[in-house]
Ligand binder design. Structure first.
Ligand code: FES
Length: 174
């Protein structure tokens, strides 16, 4: 079922430069099937989450009902509906990490950060997510904070790492 073009396209950026990857992906759309996920990935790549305006643009260009787009966004864990924290913590729950107690790692992080998985801390500093293999199973259990990898984690090591980030945030280097 297709909706009419009832969704207004709102520009979320007025930078007037080269087309962003998301805009380019929309521009290239020629009625192909199976484009929704790649378009959403391009939107998230650009904004770090999926803003309502991006869903509206996709709906307008593809004629996919916005309810369907929203359903896909909420179904897949990879998509976020709210802006992420400054640092993204990815806790691995792949097989090697799982058998090496990745759930204890996750519980420690929930504790230290006072959030559940897929949530962002109140101060906007961290978003905690779980992922499958991070590609360094020999270091299990593993987490990544942004592009940094931390392996053979223990609750004590986790506390120390998070404390380090908080301290760096409190007194940023100039
Ligand atoms: S299973 Fe965790 S890094 Fe591979």
């Amino acid at each position: 079922m297709h909706t009419t073009k009832e969704h207004h396209t709102r520009e979320t950026r007025g930078d007037g430069g080269a087309l962003s990857a998301f805009s380019l992906a929309l521009w290239k759309y020629r009625g192909e099937k199976g484009v929704l996920i790649p378009l959403l990935q391009a939107a998230q790549e650009e904004y770090s989450y999926i803003p309502a305006a991006a869903m509206e643009k996709i709906a307008t260009v593809t004629s996919i009902p916005i309810s369907e787009i929203y359903g896909v966004v909420t179904f897949y864990k990879q998509f976020r509906l709210t802006p992420p924290g400054k640092h993204i913590i990815r806790v691995c729950d792949g097989t090697a990490c799982h058998v090496n107690d990745s759930m204890t790692v996750l519980d420690s992080l929930k504790n230290v950060l006072s959030v559940e998985a897929e949530e962002t801390t109140k101060d906007g500093l961290f978003t905690l997510v779980t992922v499958a293999c991070l590609g360094c199973c020999s270091l299990a259990p593993v987490m990544m904070i942004d592009e940094s990898t931390y392996g053979r984690l223990t609750p004590t090591a986790i506390e120390k790492v998070i404390k380090g980030y908080r301290e760096a945030e409190a007194s940023p280097a100039q």
